[in-house]
Design a protein around this ligand. Sequence first.
Ligand SMILES: C[S@@+](CC[C@H](N)C(=O)[O-])C[C@H]1O[C@@H](n2cnc3c(N)ncnc32)[C@H](O)[C@@H]1O
Length: 246
Amino acid sequence: MSETSSSPSDAAIEEDLDRIRRFYRDKFLPANAWSTLLPRPYLYLRQRQRRLRDTLIACGIDTPERLRSIDVLDVGAGTGTNLAWLVELGVDPARCTGIDLMPESVAVARERLPQLRWLAGDFSSVDVGGPFDVILLVAVLTSIKDPELKQRIVDKCLSLLRPGGVFFFYDYMSRKDERGSDNYKRLSYAELEGYLRGRKARWFKRDYLRASLAESIVTRFGVTAAELVQALGVFNIEASFAYVRV
Ligand SMILES: C[S@@+](CC[C@H](N)C(=O)[O-])C[C@H]1O[C@@H](n2cnc3c(N)ncnc32)[C@H](O)[C@@H]1O
């Protein structure tokens, strides 16, 4: 075999990456369905911000001085929403790196937050530097179908953390394994725990209000009412946050 030839798993990964690029370019980005001007995305964004802050505090990153001293990487950063929140909390913009597969999204992020470091490409194969104190992987793995690519991404996240560093994860989860659709597959808790190779995740489970209820409460009574119902957890779905300390 020549040195340049790639393995069957590399070919499958390339195929999956092409599919992901097509999906984001042709469907996800033009639809703008997750614009936070819309009621449900706004409600969900606020919960994500709370969980990120909860996680930092739980992991001892709980003073302005400590926040200013951490290096952060956002994997699959999209247009930079999560890093924007961390900068607002007090993270030093010069210590933030975001990477996304879609150059279009990275261009928007760069324009929005020019003082951060932005990279475009597949995280599993791009040199992002490091190490980091906090790495985010938010709503990325459900877009990926190839299990080997998911494993490489989680392995790389964990390997780029300093000792005591924090891996912050979020996605739509399922209790049992699902087949998924062409462009979307929820992870089961067992699947993610497998990718973590025995590391213990601390979960914030069932964090989001059911979509139809969220839309109707936000529209009729406002976001505060929806947040209160969401906080009860009774009508929530398996959209779950987790963190791991290495
Ligand atoms: C649903 S979006 C979430 C964006 C962002 N994390 C957020 O919370 O708003 C998923 C993102 O993951 C990116 N992505 C998927 N596979 C990737 C990979 N292998 N490397 C880098 N980014 C990837 C996609 O391009 C997309 O922007």
